[in-house]
Design a protein around this ligand. Structure first.
Ligand SMILES: CC(C)(COP(=O)(O)OP(=O)(O)OC[C@H]1O[C@@H](n2cnc3c(N)ncnc32)[C@H](O)[C@@H]1OP(=O)(O)O)[C@@H](O)C(=O)NCCC(=O)NCCS
Length: 334
């Protein structure tokens, strides 16, 4: 099994790499709705100074049968390397996954990254699933488990109205809610970035030791441009503290262009000093309402929450999210 770096500017190799990754991610997951090749290529070809990315292929003769991706954060969490290994289901159990993982471990050593983190998608009732066995065989241990839930749309307006009203009674007067399409305006970006940077340290992540992130307004704008090029729509609802004009809570939905029936729930966070006012529920309901009004083609929201994050999980369960699968994170210390 030969492993070689994938040239992200080679259209033919990229198309095959995309097919391998999607065949692997689709395997036994009929609900999976992947982004298109076009939007994926934009991401692969975008050079992110804050996070270097490399893709490695496993070739059996001249056939590409597996792809590993490694991400190296450059401005925070610099002792870490996250990665993903996907092998075409028709070519599994022949050593491609192991060859790719060996390559990733070698690259992490070369880059002086002692902490390797990866996550898997497995059924909720399979503790000894093949993907877990693969990770454990290679010296990884289970560090954290996110539960993946889906919400069928539309959610009844009277349910949303009830939760919105109950929340409003707790925050009204001190905050205002704003929903923005394609990113928040420049005056809100510094405080939004500060709140977003708390997510990795505030949300429970098991025994993975994340540092605070270092998103800046410049990089936030760069990502907005990337999403525009991908044809993606980002819906962001923020709570602004009237006294200071700062964003103190946010939630983000991302609408992929190539998977027109789904919306991905990205981060939601309420700043520590402003918790207990139902701002989390308030921003989520407001964002969902905008999603339903402006994008009736979206039939499902996909989200993942740490199984110990009872606060976020209870909001999601109230809104009607239901468990579909698990996303355990595995870690290896070199
Ligand atoms: C996990 C995955 C990468 C393995 O790829 P692969 O090419 O089949 O892996 P290998 O052939 O190198 O298998 C190595 C070892 O993993 C374990 N393993 C892999 N598949 C297994 C299965 N179906 N049942 C039990 N053990 C399995 C075995 O210990 C195997 O060694 P063995 O064949 O000598 O018994 C592949 O199934 C996949 O793409 N899964 C989806 C994505 C994923 O979960 N990636 C893991 C990220 S770390």
């Amino acid at each position: 099994m030969d492993t070689r770096l994938i040239d992200v500017h080679d259209d033919e190799v990229c198309a095959r790499a995309y097919d391998v990754i999607i065949a692997s991610k689709d395997h036994q997951r009929p609900w999976h709705q992947p982004p298109s090749l076009a939007e994926t290529l934009v991401e692969w070809r975008h050079v992110d100074e804050a996070e270097r990315m490399e893709m490695w292929g496993a070739w059996d003769g001249d056939e590409l049968i597996g792809v590993a991706t490694i991400w190296l954060p450059m401005s925070d969490n610099t002792s870490m390397a996250w990665h993903d290994v996907q092998v075409d289901p028709a070519h599994r159990r022949r050593g491609a996954g192991s060859a790719l993982l060996d390559r990733i471990v070698a690259r992490a050593r070369e880059e002086s990254r002692p902490t390797l983190v990866t996550d898997l998608m497995v059924p909720a009732d399979a503790d000894d699933h093949a993907y877990r066995r693969f990770a454990e065989k290679h010296g990884y241990h289970l560090s954290n488990t996110e539960i993946m839930r889906h919400l069928s749309l539309p959610v009844a307006e009277d349910l949303l109205g009830t939760y919105a009203d109950r929340a409003r009674a707790r925050w009204e007067g001190d905050y205002r809610l704003e929903t923005h399409v394609g990113g928040v305006p420049p005056e809100l970006q510094p405080s939004l970035c500060a709140v977003m940077n708390q997510l990795a340290v505030d949300a429970p992540t098991g025994d993975i030791d994340f540092e605070e992130e270092s998103l800046t307004p410049e990089r936030y704008e760069e990502y907005l441009e990337l999403f525009r090029q991908q044809g993606r729509v980002r819906l962001t609802t923020v709570a602004v503290h009237e006294a200071t004009g700062d964003v103190v809570a946010y939630t983000d939905l991302m609408l992929p262009s190539g998977a027109p029936s789904v919306a991905w729930q990205w981060g939601t966070l309420v700043h520590k000093a402003h918790r207990g006012r139902r701002l989390g529920m308030a921003v989520k309901v407001e964002n969902l309402r905008r999603l339903q009004t402006d994008h009736p083609e979206r039939q499902r929201v996909v989200t993942g929450n740490d199984d110990t994050n009872s606060w976020m999980v209870s909001i999601n369960e109230d809104l009607g999210f239901r468990i579909v699968e698990l996303c355990p994170a595995y870690q290896r210390k070199l």
